[in-house]
Design a protein around this ligand. Structure first.
Ligand SMILES: [Zn+2]
Length: 285
């Protein structure tokens, strides 16, 4: 109850978190556009949103994040063909993640009854929301197409110097080491897998993604990201194999990218908390 009172209640009653929720859902709707257009390489064609089936322009009032899908009951207005559930899921997920990140690094505070901006937290928030947005796009594209586009993974690597400049807690040493260790460690795992199994288990896309994660979160993030990602990946993988055995003809390859992304997100959001928990567990043994 006290967790609700101290942590959830203040979020629900503050206008800024609702503003961030709405902003997050709008950015989520932009991420949906990225998810469809980056693999099709149509990112810069027709800037206004059109129906994916008949090309009809979509009026702004049918383009409300999260809600439109339910108002339209999952069908396009123009030609009543099915709308992907991916739209509201990505929009809602982005909005919730935005509110969570704001809760972690609140950048507006009250001082003598006036609202002040905490610029260090604003930098931390901007860093984590851009990072999570890239991860969301990479995850959904990897699930749909089994690839992680270079524009995302190499994009993260190339923007690392920018992150070092703007982020208050990230050192250039840790970031550059992160790129090297992140890319290097997974490259060795991928190479060993290839030597032993004579097939490609890990794509080069995963290697580049982890290098980017290392750059944006620092070298300390590599081990927790791989471990968290692998543990969750193994659990999902086992469930997947059991289900796939029952349903014949189901593909058995699952992309690793989403688990790396999830591992990185968990480390970013809950790393300190997980470390604390492990220390406590260690003390108990
Ligand atoms: Zn249509």
């Amino acid at each position: 109850m006290s967790f609700y009172y101290y942590h959830i209640y203040p979020i629900l009653t503050s206008w800024i978190s609702w503003f961030i929720f709405i902003l997050g859902s709008i950015i989520g709707s932009f991420l949906n556009v990225c998810i469809f257009r980056i693999p099709e390489k149509t990112f810069f064609k027709n800037s206004r949103s059109c129906c994916r089936y008949c090309g009809e322009k979509i009026p702004f009032y049918l383009n409300i994040p999260i809600l439109s899908y339910f108002i339209l009951r999952g069908k396009t207005k123009c030609c009543s063909r099915p709308l992907s559930i991916q739209y509201p899921i990505v929009e809602f997920l982005t909005a919730i993640i935005f509110v969570f990140l704001y809760w972690k690094t609140p950048f507006i505070y009250n001082l003598n009854d006036t609202s002040q901006i905490d610029f260090l937290n604003l930098a931390r928030f901007t860093h984590s929301f851009v990072f999570c947005s890239v991860l969301i796009v990479a995850t959904v594209i990897d699930i749909r197409h089994m690839i992680i586009p270079d524009v995302l993974s190499i994009g993260l690597i190339l923007t690392t110097p920018l992150v070092i400049l703007m982020h208050p807690d990230l050192s250039w040493k840790s970031s550059l080491l992160g790129v090297l260790i992140g890319g290097g460690s997974l490259f060795i795992i991928a190479w060993l897998y290839y030597i032993i199994r004579k097939e490609i288990g890990l794509g080069f896309g995963d290697v580049k993604l982890l290098a980017g994660i290392g750059g944006w979160l620092g070298s300390e993030s590599i081990l927790p990201t791989i471990m968290l990602g692998s543990i969750i990946g193994a659990i999902i993988g086992i469930i997947f194999i059991i289900v796939a055995k029952k349903k014949e003809g189901m593909k058995t390859a699952i992309p690793y990218g989403p688990f790396l992304a999830l591992g990185a997100f968990l480390h970013l959001g809950f790393g300190a908390w997980i470390q604390n928990l492990l220390f406590k567990l260690h003390g108990m043994i």
